[in-house]
Design a protein around this ligand. Sequence first.
Ligand code: PEP
Ligand code: MN
Length: 345
Amino acid sequence: MLVVMKSSASEEEVVAVVRAIERLGFKPDPMPGATRTVVGVSGLNGHGSLREIAAMPGVAETVRISKKFKLATEEEESRPKRTVVKIGDAEIGGGSLALLAGPCAIESHEQAFAVAKAVKAAGAQIFRGGALKPRTSPYAFPGLGEAAFKILADVRREFGLSIVTEAIDEGSVALVEKYADMIQIGSRNMQNFTLLRRAGRSALPVLLKRGMAATLDEWLHAAEYIMAEGNQQIVLCERGVRTFAQHSRNTLDLAAIPAVRRISHLPVVVDASHGTGHNYMVTPLARAGVAVGADGLMIEVHCQPHEALSDAAQALTLQEFAELAAEARAIHHVVAIGRNGTRAR
Ligand code: PEP
Ligand code: MN
């Protein structure tokens, strides 16, 4: 941390700040400048809070240097540059484009198998599908529960796809652990701290969706909750945020992708389905998501979109998904050429 003194600060005020830093167990390093003094603060063994320094007479401001997200950023030298997350036999962040696709909700064995067969043929490695749905209305389809988890396990067995599905509370994490390969934490639960801690104690990787009104800071702090419990296998998912826009369900924040990649080593995927809410917008925004650097796409796909029991308006048909998958891979190839060249990200 740096303590920036006011240009009007007296010698005594600088000395008082230096003494206070020492008293708290840190090492002060006063650097007198032409107009003001800056005091550097170092040392790991301080026993008090440096917050009180900011309120001392003569102090203009304190500037934090160390990063807030100890585990979610690239600060640790021992860590390889970017995290690769393993989901069963699949991976996200390892260099090839990850495709997570499937219906919003598992509705039947037939529906899940029809979608799984098609998305697998189109190149998806991970199958998504809600067994427990956090619905806005208590009267809307809540998912088939354990029956849907069993269908998901059947999909894994039949098609060799890895499975991601949502845990809506602490209690349902055990069901995801029993039947699936990755725990999805939904937008509405991004700051459910007991759920985050429970996922942090799981052996399964976590797909952490951004809260619909969450800043990047809050999103990475949520990841930090999971990592602090020992689980480092986290994929961030941008799924749009609430804005004044009425032309889309949410506003897909594409700038969040390079922003997150700049500060965190965690892979990040784009959910263009919830991010737009409209079938006709999903493909263009998904293409854009790959172009701005996403490690993967999450896409809702249905064999009969008009009959879907949830999120019908945003589901792609099987054919639309196959076309998107091919286009997205081509765009990803171009982005990879850029990354391997002179541009770092
Ligand atoms: C979902 O992916 O099924 C879902 C409910 O998304 P979100 O949590 O982003 O609304
Ligand atoms: Mn949905």
